[in-house]
Design a protein around this ligand. Structure first.
Ligand SMILES: [Zn+2]
Length: 548
């Protein structure tokens, strides 16, 4: 399989090359000695636990990055550890309380359409759209990204984003992109309709159609991964733990939840580097890459088995191939690799490993069911409560104000007495708290919830489940394990800085993803906006923090 993936990459690259447009005036660096291309990679659901576990076994691209300045204690500091909020912090220097991206979806009862759930990277004003059939947009992101700042201060710079998920490409690319491509379920698509379509995209989509149409034999499993192959039967239809990504021809979902998916995104990214000549002149460019397969594998199979082992070993090799392409271009590039959140394994395997408190959530915590129970108890009609199990929960605005007050009181009391619930906050309580500025490992649960607060979007009630309680009540195909909690298995992740010639520097200090933007801005000589949450990280070779 690896050979086939590699061949796919090579074919795509051999074909991709187009003349660059001649700039009107010679492009300039913002700072002498700065890299001409910054590549920012997010590996979706790549927890620090996974990084620590597999680091000794990496020999390819991840080994290269781990030999730069490697922080093994990075954090998505906030409570709502989902994909969209996580990606919104990586290149903005801001926590979700300032990016506005509190979750993948939130309930907005003021919008015109009947579906009141808003997806983080959609424009819900488009007629006929819904949470699942949406028009991709960056309009909900309240701050600017690295690429936005770069294009403002260095108009000849290019801002390019490629990802498996639209929300990753949107939140890392931001408001002004030259190219943005993400997997649509059928091929790579864009929301940036005014830009010319690169030849790379047409070639990638044609190649991928033929790759997906062809059945795939199981991967070869090295001894390391074989050692993790213990099956867990979660339902008559679903056994996880020992799997090697065998796939029927045409099974797009299985393609997405396999190492092939990251290979495809990296091939497109490499093709765009060549075709757009990223990093070829002095004006620095930014390429953000969202690698989503680790997340789909984590959700579908849990991060603790043979499947994740094969995924990470394959990612390590595909990243090596990607960096070789950049090396061959002769580009002086810098890389930052991190994650949007971590993840919790399936409770069944955690218990087998001795985590006796790992369980699936009580179905009686489901928001719709609690709403029904409160409606009966208080003599109310309607859903009463809106939202998913735990985290943000909204009270139905159709209720009279005095009924909303009764619902809030009863709901808080119900959740607080439930043995699987750690803490419950009302929106008013969260709003009153100050935003923490201490080291993210020192943050209280309150601090974490506060960093996810948005005055318009946050729910009326916020429910925090106890550690090792998975909100997936009943595992299904593609959805056995998840993330999204306030706990460190979901918050802690690697943050790796690499540039050619850097000496290895293992850092044990605890930092946050909001530190990435100020650090890269210093590296490039880019002025920061008046207010960001993060600060430039000291002690990274080649980076001199700006005095602000
Ligand atoms: Zn994610």
């Amino acid at each position: 399989m690896m050979l086939r993936l590699a061949a796919f990459l090579v074919n795509l690259l051999a074909a991709a090359s187009a003349p660059a447009q001649a700039p009107a005036s010679p492009p300039k660096a913002l700072k002498s000695g700065a890299p001409s291309l910054v590549v920012v990679i997010s590996v979706d659901q790549f927890s620090a636990d996974l990084f620590d576990e597999y680091r000794p076994h990496f020999t390819g691209g991840l080994a290269r990055l781990a030999n730069g300045t490697a922080f093994r204690n990075g954090y998505q500091a906030h409570a709502g550890t989902e994909t969209c909020p996580g990606h919104s912090t990586i290149l903005t220097g801001s926590h979700p309380t300032h990016t506005g991206i509190i979750a993948n979806t939130w309930v907005d009862q003021s919008i015109a359409r009947s579906d009141k759930t808003v997806y983080c990277s959609e424009d819900e004003r488009v007629p006929g759209s819904s949470t699942t059939d949406y028009t991709v947009s960056a309009m909900h992101l309240r701050v600017r990204t690295l690429g936005d700042l770069l294009k403002q201060q260095s108009p000849q710079s290019l801002n390019v984003a490629v990802a498996g998920k639209d929300r990753a490409a949107v939140m890392m690319g931001g408001h002004t992109v030259d190219q943005r491509w993400y997997w649509s379920g059928k091929g790579f698509a864009t929301d940036n309709k005014s830009a010319p379509v690169p030849a790379t995209i047409a070639r990638a989509n044609a190649s991928l159609a033929s790759v997906i149409a062809t059945a795939r034999p199981p991967l070869e499993s090295p001894p390391l991964c074989q050692g993790k192959a213990t099956p867990y039967v979660l339902s008559p239809e679903l056994t996880v733990g020992a799997g090697r990504f065998q796939r029927a021809g045409g099974d797009v979902r299985a393609f997405r939840a396999s190492p092939e998916y990251d290979g495809a995104v990296l091939a497109v990214a490499a093709g765009l580097v060549q075709e757009m000549k990223l990093g070829a002149d002095a004006a620095p460019d930014v390429l953000s890459i969202g690698l989503s397969a680790t997340d789909y594998v984590g959700h579908g199979r849990g991060p603790g088995g043979e499947e994740m082992c094969l995924q990470l070993m394959s990612l390590d090799r595909d990243l090596a191939g990607f960096f070789q392409v950049l090396d061959a271009q002769g580009v002086d590039y810098a890389v930052v690799l991190t994650a949007d959140h971590g993840g919790m394994d399936i409770p069944e395997r955690l218990r087998a490993k001795g985590v006796s408190s790992a369980v699936r959530a009580d179905p009686a915590l489901g928001t719709a069911d609690v709403g029904k129970m409160l409606a009966a108890k208080l003599g109310l009609t309607g859903p009463v409560l809106l939202g998913d199990l735990s985290s943000d929960i909204w009270i139905d605005r159709a209720l009279k104000p005095e009924d909303r007050t009764r619902v809030e009181k009863e709901a808080v009391a119900y959740f607080k007495t439930h043995p699987q619930v750690e803490a419950v906050f009302t929106k008013r309580q969260i709003a009153r708290m100050p935003l923490a500025t201490s080291s993210p490992d020192k943050w209280s649960i309150t601090d974490r919830v506060r960093a996810s607060y948005d005055a318009e979007r946050t729910g009326d009630i916020y429910v925090v489940l106890k550690k090792y309680v998975s909100p997936i009540v009943k595992p299904g195909i593609g959805y056995a394990a998840t993330h999204g909690s306030v706990w460190d298995y979901d918050r802690r992740l690697p943050i790796l800085f690499w540039r050619k010639g850097m000496r290895p520097n293992d850092r044990q200090d605890h930092i946050s993803t909001v530190n990435i933007l100020p650090t890269v801005a210093s590296q490039l000589g880019l002025a920061l906006p008046a207010k960001v949450d993060g600060r430039c990280l000291e002690g990274i070779e080649g980076v001199t923090c700006q005095v602000r």
